[in-house]
Design a protein. Sequence first.
Lengths: 137, 142
Amino acid sequence: MIRLFVAVLCGLLFGAGMIVSDMVNPERVLAFLDVTGAWDPSLAFVMGGALIPSSIAYLIRRRMDAPVVADTFHVPESRSIDLPLVGGAVLFGLGWGLVGLCPGPALAALTTGAWQAFVFAGALLTGMALFRLTVDR
Amino acid sequence: MEPISFIWPLTGGLLVGLSAGLYLLMNGRVAGISGLTASATGLSRGGSRGLGIGFVVGLLIGAALASALIRQPVLTITSSVGLLVVGGLLVGFGTRWGSGCTSGHGVCGLARLSPRSLVATGTFMAVAGVTVFVVRHVLGDG
């Protein structure tokens, strides 16, 4: 129960971060990715800002045997650079560059009521289902 | 689209990092939205469905509250329906195949200096940048 509470709390912080940072706005994201155009550096601050507490937490983790309210850490240990990793990143980057939405902002954008967000989220879930039904059988 | 002070993205980024850090230290898990979304919807083999649902519901409530109380977002979305569908399919399939997105690889993976996440983040940032360049400056009139 406490783990569920933590998940909801972390979701609240994350969702608020999507709105406060304006990463929820696809045009802002595309302007950041458009380095040869009218470049908008805003999202570098999102990434930089996020890495500060996140890095501190991962440093603290090194001194912990177990998480505070769970039995073990579920952090990926694999170090192999393989086709799925790179191929998936290429497809993801292509979709991200076409529309300007990645999964976190796509979910947050639903709360604005914009119909485009619902179309995108529906397609995103379909893409995840296709992966589950093909590669991840 | 209005320019915004760097204070907004910086503060938003700190909130995202706080979320990721707390989720790691408390629940021992990576706060990656693609993985959590797949878990929440039953489209993942791993992960906890309950925690995924909790995180996603929290994210939606947090976004709605922040919109109402802190900053009303003004979205500019110029993509056609076809582009939204193709983009969504690519992001959904790609993030699952590549085991993560901007949060899982970008925020959590870079924070722990994971070589896989460094490669993934470099790859999707570069591909997204090239895609925007081609769409705006090669195919478009920008």
